[in-house]
Design a binder for this molecule. Structure first.
Ligand code: SF4
Length: 183
């Protein structure tokens, strides 16, 4: 296990306590977004990130106390008003530190709105799998994961949906979480 891998597991273990039925978001829900996944998408920006990648474009999303706590029922209600969306993408911040709330939203969006669900994470697939628990359950609820930290020295503006070459777009099988293909 590399040092970075060990540190990542420790960070993932320090998950923020969020009251049941709530999620901490950094801003309003978006819709008709075409840069965070396939098709027109709604985007949920989570608040709180332990990764602190050098060159991060959203450092205001790092603080666990900032943003707003919003009831999950309210999130679903607002999403249901967005028409013509292919799916929902979780961006951050780091969605996997609020894995329980994100999984609940992912499952409701799929069931109630018929959308697919993608997420970004600064953690890799392997780290999330090794951690298990709620983060792994959230991953298993996804159709696709864009994984890994943003690494400034590997920045590449030509990549689809990603900022640096180390990041992968993983298409996942539900409900096993197996990787179907890697872009
Ligand atoms: S994981 Fe994302 S939000 Fe967190 S520091 Fe890295 S680039 Fe920024």
């Amino acid at each position: 296990m590399t040092d970075w891998h060990k540190i990542s597991l420790e960070k993932l273990a320090k998950q923020e306590e969020i009251p049941d039925g709530y999620i901490r978001v950094s801003g309003p829900l978006e819709h008709d977004n075409i840069v965070n996944g396939d098709g027109l998408r709604a985007v949920l920006w989570t608040q709180g990130c332990p990764n602190h990648c050098h060159g991060c474009q959203n450092p205001e999303t790092w603080d666990y106390e900032a943003g707003m706590l919003v009831p999950i029922d309210e999130i679903i209600e607002r999403l249901s008003q967005f028409k013509g969306q292919a799916g929902l993408t979780f961006c951050g911040g780091e969605p996997f530190v609020q894995a329980k709330a994100c999984r609940e939203i992912a499952e409701r969006v799929r069931k109630e709105l018929g959308w697919n669900v993608w997420s970004f994470s600064g953690f890799t697939y392997e780290i999330i799998k090794e951690f298990g628990g709620e983060p792994w359950e959230f991953l298993k609820s996804l159709d696709a994961l864009i994984d890994g930290p943003f690494i400034l020295s590997q920045k590449d503006l030509g990549l689809k949906y990603r900022g640096s070459k180390n990041q992968r777009l993983l298409h996942l099988e539900r409900p096993t979480g197996k990787i179907i293909s890697i872009e």
